[in-house]
Design a protein around this ligand. Structure first.
Ligand code: BTN
Length: 265
């Protein structure tokens, strides 16, 4: 599909207040987050979205590579919330919840959220979110929320064997392809609704809903952070977005950065 047609189809009747007045599409970029950050630096408006058919250097958290073939939904949203950096981190939950809601409402799949930035279907990762921000002191200049959803491709055919484990795509789960532009539109509308709550600082509502999809809560997990590996019971997500971990000796620890893995029973 040509880029113009793709954008026309997404913008046709798009029912949003903040997101998607400008949508830019490219066949191939290094990373849509990189592209969005450059545009944001030059003053792009809140709600501007960039998307690409493929990314040559798609990136995940901790600088990991993000495999981005044709058939996926790779996009980044530029936001300029009037909030402090500590609150802006919560946009990852806004995006994750939007994806979880759309995938479960549209396709009736078993969708889960996994702290802090993953969405899983049938226990496998289908979506990752990379939130990056630019600040001056306590002022947020812009935030780029990058969302990658594995949609119309077969993970087995695309991913190297060692990276396939625990990854899935909509095509793998549904056994068919879906209309990318319809999914994109639904995601933007859902994220727009949740962004409105975020702007009103109704974080409690966002976290409460996000937690409904978070089946890892109440389970023994291992958290790998840049500094250490810790085991404990994932007992809650605090209103600041941190993972509340109950250690074996009963100590409560709040983790702000890391990856969660369920411990084998
Ligand atoms: C992760 O799970 O570590 C986050 C992955 C984020 C991938 C998306 S794809 C669109 C945007 N552009 C990037 O380079 N990364 C994000």
């Amino acid at each position: 599909m040509s880029s113009k047609l793709m954008i026309d189809k997404v913008q046709e009747g798009l029912c949003t207040k903040y997101l998607g007045r400008t949508i830019l599409f490219s066949r191939e970029v290094d990373s849509t987050n990189q592209w969005a950050k450059e545009l944001a630096m030059y003053g792009a408006y809140e709600g501007t979205i960039v998307t690409a058919e493929t990314q040559t250097e798609g990136r995940g958290r901790f600088g990991r590579a993000w495999i981005s073939p044709t058939g996926g939904l790779w996009f980044s949203v530029i936001l300029r919330p009037n909030l402090r950096p500590a609150e802006t981190v919560k946009l990852t939950f806004v995006a994750g919840l939007a994806v979880a809601k759309v995938l479960s409402n549209f396709f009736n799949l078993k969708v889960e959220t996994k702290w802090p930035n993953d969405v899983l279907v049938n226990k496998r990762k289908i979506c990752g979110i990379l939130t990056e921000m630019n600040t001056t002191g306590e002022t947020v200049n812009y935030v780029v929320v990058g969302i990658g959803v594995n949609v119309n491709f077969d993970v087995e055919k695309i991913f190297p064997r060692q990276l396939r484990r625990g990854v899935t795509s909509l095509e793998n789960e549904l056994g068919r392809k879906v209309k990318l532009e319809e999914l994109f539109k639904a995601l933007l509308e859902q994220m727009d609704n949740l962004y409105e709550l975020f702007r009103k600082r109704e974080f409690g509502r966002i976290f409460d809903e996000w937690k409904k999809y978070a089946s890892f809560l109440g389970c023994q997990v291992q958290v790998t952070s840049p500094a250490e590996k810790i085991n404990g019971l994932a007992s809650d997500i605090d209103d600041d977005g941190s993972l509340v971990l109950k250690l074996e000796d009963g100590t409560i620890k709040h983790i702000f950065v890391g990856d969660v893995r369920l411990e084998a029973k």
